[in-house]
Design a protein around this ligand. Structure first.
Ligand code: CO
Length: 443
């Protein structure tokens, strides 16, 4: 079990198991992908044996190490003292998850307003359920680029913004037509009274990171809900939190890696930013970044290019992302023979059109891991008359040329500002992912 970050900013509610409590702390400390990557590194360093490396500096020769670039992280557990083996004797086990979640992002020139109210211009990041962002007490977090070449992270505490919903008396069509939101005009949060003044946001940001406004060159800033994650339900069955998709899987991958030793390896965790916007970025799943880091890790261990290519062919990637539990109010939206229960363990995602990368060989490997961990496993198959979502699995499989299996934990409200899952699924996930990193003979 990875030790937990020191995060005294809020009171932790009672969770029925320590893994769910640790996941809640990880999520609350990670309002943006950049914070998630930083927090992931902090979790790994607090294990005392994971060494941070600069992504552009070699050699990557720590047995337990990691690199961070922006909102992405690659961590490894890979012995350096073992004599190089031929490719057919060595294989990697990987777990990949994404670090980003849909949200509202602050535009480059955000100072705006209307009718005597100051507002911030936002752009929607990814496929957010925008209705879920209405009437929340929002705050801001992100990173700021400064004139001296440094990057400053910040996370504001306390309510700062709100996207107020139109009153029902002024929106009589809502009962017949449902809520209709225009992404350009209806989602800009309010944050003050008076006429907007150019430069106000930059001034505020400069104060957040403790520098003059003239030092602020650029920023990546996202809105975040101020409410901490919480446990709820008649007997605390459920976990309500922002960003479960996909910080839940990210946490599971990190906790599993923390439970392994170099003798179990090579084991790799990758957290990719930009899944929600298509993955085609320098550190997204469609990039060459993971392949490049893996090859540098191999070279640092005396494995040549031929050996590395053999290694890729022998290795397996677990693509971990959240899965749709069957919704109690909409069971008709689900394939009737493939209902997914909250609290019943990990889900293998199947799609014959390769929206998920799983095939029977990969699925069998994950089933063996779940059996070794003593946790149940479920099978997801999408309705034939609904368009299926996708994951980084097919993208990563194509980029690496590696066998890949798509799995995830069941949740409701995917892409809402506040999602939910079962507390019991968190330790089940950690157990299954830990077993994935310790394959038995024949698995
Ligand atoms: Co996801």
């Amino acid at each position: 079990m990875i030790s937990e970050p020191n995060n005294p900013g809020f009171n932790t509610p009672e969770f029925p198991n320590p893994e769910a409590a640790a996941l809640a702390r990880f999520i609350d400390a990670s309002p943006t992908p950049w914070h998630a990557a930083e927090m992931a590194g902090r979790l790994l360093t607090s294990e005392a044996s994971y060494v941070p490396h600069e992504p552009g500096a070699s050699p990557l020769d720590s047995e337990r190490g990691f690199v961070v670039r922006g909102g992405s992280l690659i961590a490894w557990n890979w012995a350096t003292d073992a004599a190089p083996r031929s490719g057919d004797a060595l294989r990697m086990r990987l777990i990949a998850a994404h670090s980003d979640s849909p949200n509202l992002r602050i535009r480059p020139r955000p100072d705006s307003g209307s009718v005597g109210v100051k507002q911030l211009g936002v752009e929607i990041y990814g496929g957010a359920l925008v209705n879920s962002w209405l009437d929340l007490d929002l705050t801001l977090a992100g990173r700021v680029q400064l004139t001296d070449g440094s990057t400053a992270m910040f996370s504001h505490h306390g309510a700062l913004l709100r996207v107020p919903q139109l009153a029902i008396h002024l929106d009589r069509e809502i009962s017949a037509d449902g809520l209709k939101l225009n992404k350009q005009t209806h989602l800009n949060p309010v944050w003050g009274l008076g006429a907007p003044a150019p430069g106000e946001f930059r001034d505020w940001l400069a104060a957040q990171v403790g520098c003059p406004a003239s030092d602020v060159l650029d920023w990546d800033v996202a809105c975040a809900d101020t409410r901490p994650s919480t446990s709820f339900g008649k007997t605390q069955e459920f976990l309500a939190a922002p960003r479960l998709d996909n910080l839940c899987s990210a946490y599971g991958a990190l906790a599993a890696l923390g439970s392994t030793t170099p003798a179990d390896g090579p084991n790799i965790v990758v957290l990719h930013d930009h899944e929600e916007v298509g993955s085609t970025t320098a550190t997204g799943a469609a990039s060459a970044w993971l392949t490049q880091i893996l090859e540098r890790l191999a070279l640092a261990r005396g494995i040549d290019r031929t050996g590395f290519l053999e290694l890729l062919a022998n290795s397996t990637l677990l693509s971990a992302d959240m899965a749709h539990a069957t919704h109690p109010n909409y069971p008709d939206r689900h394939e009737p023979s493939h209902h997914i229960d909250l609290g019943a363990g990990p889900v293998i995602k199947h799609n014959v059109n390769a929206r998920y990368a799983t095939d029977s060989e990969g699925a069998a490997k994950f089933r063996r891991a779940c059996a070794a961990a003593g946790v149940g496993v479920q099978d997801y198959s999408h309705r034939g008359d609904l368009a299926c979502g996708s994951t980084i699995g097919p993208v990563a499989a194509a980029e690496l040329g590696m066998e890949t299996v798509d799995v995830g934990m069941a949740q409701l409200s995917m892409h809402s500002a506040r999602e939910m899952m079962a507390n019991a699924d968190v330790p089940a996930m950690v157990a299954a992912f830990s077993a994935w990193f310790r394959p038995r003979v024949g698995s």
